[in-house]
Design a protein around this ligand. Structure first.
Ligand code: PEP
Ligand code: MG
Length: 371
């Protein structure tokens, strides 16, 4: 419908696109745009301040990235590390499977753009909504329940092993060495899968040793995105160094509502009681075993939802670089103990409108959730 010369407004807050809006709407959006830039400048002022709640609880703010440009943006926004590097973009923008050296160069570039920081590289997460011609992807009736992510990687051991080696090599000691590269696996559903992937990593370590190629120690993590993994998390935690909760997928699977289908999108509510119960279980079990736990789904970048996660005991969140300023502003204005009491009592009482109660809490306590 759009022609050259049309005026288009992209409202990224609500996901709306307006084509040739009237003069009044245009001027309202121009005002909003100016306010947004002012806000961005104001928030950038807290860039070097630690993300610490008003009652002294430190929260780790990490960034989700797809590229080296994103890694630089994360650094500029004051992220304290990379919580999720989605490696599939490297594959989606490449005409064929990138080989080990190409992958190694790409990972090294990201690591170099994040000096002294932890970098968490996620192995390939294709399938579902992201397909590549070279992996022979057939149409499936339910792609999100089908052959995607780690399931696909297992069936392509030749390129999965290549990726594992490239990540291990990217973690090799550097000047002023600090072990800081982590690897995590998407869509893990069962303990058997986790053991299988660990065995593959061990095999590639032996392979690199035989070849005499340098590699580094890499912590291994599990992405909690499948309800089965979230419910049985106590059985999986012993096998990993850390966990990261992928709420975009976890919410769609818990609510049986496709995350990309606007007709059922109203069901994808991270603050619904069912989701919060499951999140509470994962965070509690991980904290009890002193295993680092992060949320890297979109909810971590929404101030109200991130506030709720802190109330559930989470102390690490990973988000788009642009969300770091607003989330830090929220944390600086938050009393972590009070939000914990609030969230715990809402869960215990079985409050039906959790969102309304949390909004009221934020308003009464002066928590900055409006950015
Ligand atoms: C998630 O599912 O929450 C996640 C972070 O992974 P992606 O959005 O890439 O599926
Ligand atoms: Mg996911």
């Amino acid at each position: 419908q759009v022609k050259n010369g049309d005026v288009v407004v992209v409202d990224g807050r609500d996901g709306h696109v307006l084509i040739n809006p009237d003069a009044e709407t245009q001027s309202a959006y121009r005002k909003l745009q100016r306010e947004f830039f002012d806000l961005k400048d104001a928030l950038a002022e807290n860039r070097d301040q630690p993300a610490m709640s008003a009652d002294g609880q430190a929260v780790q703010l990490l960034a989700n990235i797809n590229s080296v440009a994103d890694a630089r943006a994360a650094q500029a926004m004051g992220a304290s590390g990379i919580g999720l590097f989605r490696t599939e973009y490297l594959f989606l923008t490449h005409p064929s499977v990138p080989d080990e050296e190409e992958q190694l160069a790409a990972y090294r570039e990201i690591i170099a753009a994040s000096p002294q920081h932890q970098v968490t590289i996620r192995t390939l997460d294709l399938g579902g909504d992201k397909t590549t011609p070279y992996l022979g992807h057939a149409r499936e009736a339910n792609p999100f329940l089908g052959w995607r992510s780690i399931r696909l990687s297992f069936e392509h051991p030749e390129f999965f092993a290549t990726q594992l080696r490239a990540i291990l090599r990217a973690a090799a000691p550097e000047p002023e060495y600090l072990p800081r590269v982590q690897m995590m696996f998407p869509m893990i559903t069962t303990l058997e899968e986790l053991r299988r992937v660990r065995a593959m990593v061990d095999k590639e370590i032996r392979h690199l040793q035989d070849q005499g190629k340098p590699f580094g120690p890499v912590k291994l993590g599990l992405m909690v995105e499948v309800p089965a993994a979230a419910i049985a998390i106590d059985m999986l935690l012993d096998e990993v160094d850390f966990v990261s909760i992928g709420t975009n997928d976890l919410v769609q699977y818990l609510m049986a509502a496709d995350r990309d289908n606007p007709r059922v999108n109203h069901l994808c509510q991270p603050l619904s009681p069912a989701v919060l119960r499951v999140l509470s279980n994962v965070i509690r079990e991980a904290n009890a075993r002193q295993k680092p736990v992060t949320v890297c789904g979109e909810m971590a970048g929404s101030p109200l939802e991130a506030m709720t996660l802190i109330g559930l005991g989470l102390r690490s969140v990973s988000m788009a670089p642009a969300s770091i300023g607003p989330i830090k502003a929220m944390i600086l204005s938050l009393n972590a103990e009070k939000v914990t009491d609030c969230v715990e009592s809402l869960l215990k009482e079985g409050a039906k409108d959790v969102r309304a109660n949390l909004l009221k809490f934020a308003e009464n306590e002066g928590v900055e959730i409006d950015h």
